[in-house]
Design a protein around this ligand. Structure first.
Ligand code: TXA
Ligand code: MG
Length: 334
């Protein structure tokens, strides 16, 4: 059931459901999340069941941005290292998740049993209204993975979420997500910042804010945390995705001639086809706009029954890292 996220009544209704241990899908500026009371292991179990996700995969806990934030951080985490604090000051509320050391005895299920926990303060006004209403009811944070079934493409509209779950799920509609790909994840639990998942924020932005070199997973030899977003074949539509340069796509289209049934192309370069069956969408020239459209485009192609999606390889610079990462994973899936 989709409710207008602008309505105070809908926010109150959603917060009551969450207070009672239920699930609510809510918009963030990155993607839609499937929320439950992060401090309630029973409520969090509902998320794993609904998503079909293994229960040892840790979730992100969403926190309010207002005066109660410091208290909410303390509820779930041990005191943050100075470089993590600087990231909070620079990017919250916003599309950044920090992995920090978990407070003893809290959020065991949300953390997938790990000693660390992911924290994020989303900027979307509907998410913030919901988190404030939850805080008023004694719910300090919402565990919230992307609101899709395990392994599928993240939802960026309320309608995407509706197609994934039982009809009775309460979904707050906050319009299409402005960022469109999931938050940047920086692990702050190993003494130095480690990039676990690229997103909209560039490496340069993160490094400038925290005053440290951003390591990648390969730089640190401690065992990797379990992160489903780090599985090779994550974020996959049903159709097979292939990354190719514009020339290779053009050559393939010429070989197909008039028969490009069940094929879709997403490219920055304008390409020609003799087939009226070909589905073509234009990839924006800037990374932020491409990110905003990415999952919606993949879902649209799927909905049209496409079997094969040819995507023009994105540019190699840092601004495109998040988009490249999601596309490479989608391509690895099939
Ligand atoms: O933008 C986002 O981050 C969205 C919105 C809803 O906030 N959420 C999201 O959640 O993408 P999810 O569960 O689909 O992806 C979260 C990622 C997973 O790869 C998970 O394993 C990782 O964060 N993660 C969460 N807690 C962690 C922890 N304690 N240690 C390592 N990785 C963690
Ligand atoms: Mg996800």
């Amino acid at each position: 059931m989709i409710l207008d996220g602008q309505s105070a009544q809908a926010i109150a209704q959603a917060a009551d459901v969450l207070r009672a241990g239920g699930l609510v899908a809510f918009p963030t500026e990155t993607v839609y999340g499937l929320g439950a009371d992060a401090a309630s292991d029973a409520a969090v179990a509902g998320i794993f069941a609904a998503k079909g996700r293994p229960s040892d995969h840790p979730l992100i806990v969403h926190l309010p941005s207002g005066a109660g934030q410091a208290q909410a951080i303390d509820r779930f985490a041990l005191p943050l290292p100075a470089f993590a604090r600087r990231l909070v000051d620079a990017f919250w509320p916003g599309p950044l998740t920090l992995i920090v050391t978990r407070q003893h005895g809290v959020g065991q299920a949300a953390a997938g049993g790990q000693g660390t926990i992911g924290l994020r303060c989303p900027a979307h006004p509907v998410a913030q209204a919901l988190l404030e209403a939850c805080a008023e009811r004694g719910v300090a944070g919402l565990a919230g993975p992307s609101a899709n079934r395990f392994g599928r493409v993240s939802p960026t509209t309320a309608q995407h979420v509706q197609g994934e779950f039982d009809e009775s799920l309460l979904i707050l509609d906050g319009g299409p997500c402005a960022v469109g790909i999931e938050s940047t994840i920086v692990d702050c639990s190993r003494g130095v910042p480690v990039l676990l998942r690229p997103g909209l924020l560039t490496r340069a932005q993160v490094e400038a804010a925290c005053g440290e070199r951003l390591r990648t997973r390969q730089d640190v030899d401690t065992p990797d945390p379990r992160a489903s977003g780090t599985l090779e074949a994550h974020y996959a539509p049903s159709a097979k995705v292939r990354l190719m340069d514009a020339k290779a796509i053009q050559t393939a289209l010429e070989l197909l001639g008039a028969d490009a049934r069940h094929i879709a192309v997403w490219s920055r370069t304008e390409l020609k086809s003799r087939s009226s069956h070909l589905l073509q969408r234009r990839m924006p020239d800037d990374a932020a706009s491409a990110a905003q459209l990415l999952f919606a485009v993949l879902r649209e192609f799927d909905a049209q029954g496409v079997k094969l999606i040819w995507v023009e390889t994105p540019p190699g610079d840092h601004a495109w890292e998040g988009v490249r990462d999601r596309l490479q994973r989608a391509a690895a899936a099939g």
